[in-house]
Design a protein around this ligand. Structure first.
Ligand SMILES: Cc1cc2nc3c(=O)[nH]c(=O)nc-3n(C[C@H](O)[C@H](O)[C@H](O)COP(=O)(O)OP(=O)(O)OC[C@H]3O[C@@H](n4cnc5c(N)ncnc54)[C@H](O)[C@@H]3O)c2cc1C
Ligand SMILES: Cc1cc2nc3c(=O)[nH]c(=O)nc-3n(C[C@H](O)[C@H](O)[C@H](O)COP(=O)(O)O)c2cc1C
Length: 596
């Protein structure tokens, strides 16, 4: 988009420079820039009147590793505040940062999430390995801090942040402020870290600089966002339809919500964040076991609420985390529990399939009151669901594909909070608190003619329905290939009619399915990939983008392995070269994964 402003008070050259700058910017950078400019002008007006000493401005490089976008947003917040404090801050996606530049940096912020089993997000992998490798430079003059985002219900909590911190220290860098590891309710901890970091940097600056007011910069860049993660939109439910046929052991729901009037918009590949409610039966059992008054007043994040409300809406009770068990062990004074907490593998085993009710029943605390209890539990975090629709096709709606999580363990039937709430307990009158979780790492190619290969068994198929709707609406001519899998053809072929329709219309060029339990030997999508290795290689030569969505534990590693085999075999490459080939595809955004 070229700006043409005949009356602009700018020279041709300035207009050209402005155009060049704006064309390279992403949406959030433009938002930030608009805030920065108004802040800058405010400061300029002040300094027009009062000349200030020119100080040495600190140059801060902010690197983020992010898979689903949370850390990227926090990195943007840090940049915004840094600039408002007169610091020259530049944000880089780690994948776009040249690791060799590190030795020239003096101030560095590293923000990263952790994925897989304690692994770095895709965009952090190269830098992570570089810092741990033999080519890493000495970083004696570097001052840094690390913010890590994670989830304490995972065994390797915030591992990537821990590793970055250790690697930087080992290379001689100095931590300006200590690393902060954030759990799923990361906002407050992240904000504290940002403030402490900026304060530290500011005091390092020699003299005061003309500083755009933070409030101006922040207010103007956020003014237009009505609904977001901190302020979710109450979306009415339009449809809730079971996708599996009778007799299936799966229970997947197609859910349609209305975004009418919210001003929210999304792109194919984004996810929807949902704030769920706990199961009232489980909440009642907990309150009864603890012999508390359901209407007792408890203090919640600087406001009061009733115990029952707090447990229904604000605290996680279906999952147990290591930090909770550690705190509980301290209070319980039970030797057995202390021993359990100290034995990592025994604890992991004990946590599996147990919830807060099990903890309360197994290790009752003598002097616990309702308020103390609530404040031991962690906040109920939102759940993410891949968006299964394209706004170009469904306008003010958003569609999801949600598998109900139900299982039996330790003598009790259990259900996942969000998925069973959506499946069982929402009614036509319920509104669902939602926000858009943008994911720039899972996007259709900008080139509508580029071929795409979509690998999405089970609910992993959701974003590909969105991709197809979008390509259909755009009249995109690039070939599309879907690999889908589930247990049975008859009962589990999610959105079968739509896929077959697109196959017939020609939009879907190839469709390969793997129904694991329709024959004696199990067949999965990775088997189908191997069967089609020549064609897949040819598609890759034609510039195909590969997308993988769904199960992170087994499917995604198995598919990765199958792709490596195909590249070795068809591309006549060594294992090492095939790995590098796949890495390069990732860097070029031609191999994108959204796995959970
Ligand atoms: C980017 C992203 C996209 C996603 N997209 C989708 C999607 O499109 N569709 C979809 O259905 N989900 C999707 N998910 C997963 C979704 O966010 C939730 O994690 C899922 O629905 C479970 O949430 P819940 O609140 O129902 O369960 P929770 O209350 O969170 O409970 C789930 C937990 O229960 C335990 N558990 C489950 N089964 C067993 C068992 N058999 N034995 C012992 N313990 C068990 C595990 O600890 C598990 O983590 C996505 C996740 C991410 C991160
Ligand atoms: C598939 C998957 C695996 C994860 N593995 C871990 C883990 O091993 N350790 C951890 O602390 N957090 C783990 N997390 C939690 C994320 O780090 C957390 O949700 C974080 O806020 C994501 O930030 P991002 O959106 O910037 O990637 C995992 C999340 C997902 C979806």
């Amino acid at each position: 988009m070229n700006i043409r402003l005949p009356n602009a008070p700018l020279t041709d050259e300035q207009l050209l420079q402005l155009n060049n700058l704006l064309q390279g910017l992403e949406g959030w950078q433009v938002d930030w820039l608009s805030g920065y400019l108004s802040g800058y002008r405010a400061a300029q007006m002040t300094t027009d009147l009062v000349p200030t000493a020119v100080a040495e401005r600190i140059k801060l490089t902010i690197l983020y590793g992010s898979q689903t976008g949370n850390t990227e947003v926090v990195a943007g917040q840090l940049a915004e505040k840094a600039v408002a404090s007169g610091i020259d801050a530049t944000v880089f996606d780690m994948a776009d940062y040249k690791p060799r530049e590190l030795k020239n940096e003096r101030y560095l912020a590293v923000l990263t999430s952790t994925h897989g089993e304690g692994e770095p997000p895709d965009n952090a992998m190269d830098l992570y390995e570089f810092l741990g490798g033999r080519k890493a430079p000495g970083l004696k003059g570097l001052q840094y801090s690390v913010l890590s985002l994670g989830d304490s219900s995972y065994e390797y909590f915030c591992q990537t942040g821990i590793d970055f911190d250790e690697r930087l220290q080992k290379l001689g860098a100095t931590a300006l402020i200590p690393r902060v590891d954030c759990d799923v309710d990361y906002d407050a901890a992240a904000e504290q870290w940002i403030n402490a970091f900026i304060e530290n940097l500011s005091s390092t600056m020699q003299a005061s600089v003309p500083q755009p007011s933070a409030s101006t910069a922040l207010a103007s860049s956020t003014a237009e966002v009505l609904y977001d993660r901190k302020n979710p939109f109450p979306a009415p439910i339009l449809e809730n339809q079971l996708l599996n046929g009778r007799g299936s052991s799966k229970e997947v729901h197609h859910i349609e919500l209305s975004l009418d009037g919210s001003g929210l918009s999304y792109q194919p590949g984004d996810a929807l964040g949902i704030y769920p409610q706990n199961d009232p039966i489980l909440v009642a059992q907990l309150i009864e076991t603890l012999a508390f008054d359901a209407n007792a007043t408890v203090e919640l994040d600087e406001r009061s609420d009733t115990l029952i409300n707090a447990l229904m809406h604000h605290r996680e009770i279906t999952l147990l985390t290591r930090p909770l068990l550690e705190k509980w062990a301290e209070l319980a004074g039970s030797d057995e529990l202390t021993q359990l907490v100290e034995d990592k593998s025994a604890l992991t085993e004990w946590l599996r399939g147990r919830d807060v009710l099990d903890l309360v029943q197994s290790y009752p605390l003598a002097d616990l009151d309702a308020n103390g209890f609530i404040n031991l539990l962690r906040k109920l975090p939102p759940r993410l669901y891949s968006i299964a629709s394209s706004q170009a096709a469904v306008d003010e709606e958003v569609h999801l594909t949600v598998a109900a999580v139900r299982y039996y363990s330790h003598n009790r039937n259990r259900g996942g909070v969000a998925s069973t709430w959506l499946a069982d307990r929402v009614t036509d009158d319920t509104t669902i608190p939602v926000y858009i979780d943008p994911n720039k790492n899972f996007k259709l190619p900008a080139d509508d003619d580029a071929p795409i290969i979509m690998i999405g068994p089970g609910t992993g198929v959701a974003p590909f329905r969105s991709f197809m709707q979008e390509r259909e609406e755009r009249g995109a001519r690039g070939p599309n290939w879907l690999f889908f899998g589930d247990q049975h053809f008859l009962t589990d072929f999610l959105y079968q009619t739509e896929w077959l329709g697109w196959r017939k219309s020609g939009l879907l060029t190839n469709l390969d399915v793997a129904f694991s339990r329709d024959q004696q030997d199990k067949v999965y999508v990775q088997h189908r990939l191997r069967e089609k290795s020549i064609e897949i290689w040819n598609w890759l030569q034609d510039g195909a983008h590969i997308y993988v969505c769904g199960d992170a534990d087994n499917m995604a590693p198995d598919v990765n392995e199958a792709l490596l085999d195909i590249i070795c075999e068809q591309g006549q490459k060594s294992r090492e070269d095939a790995t590098e080939f796949l890495r390069q595809l990732t860097r070029d955004k031609r191999y994108q994964r959204d796995v959970y």
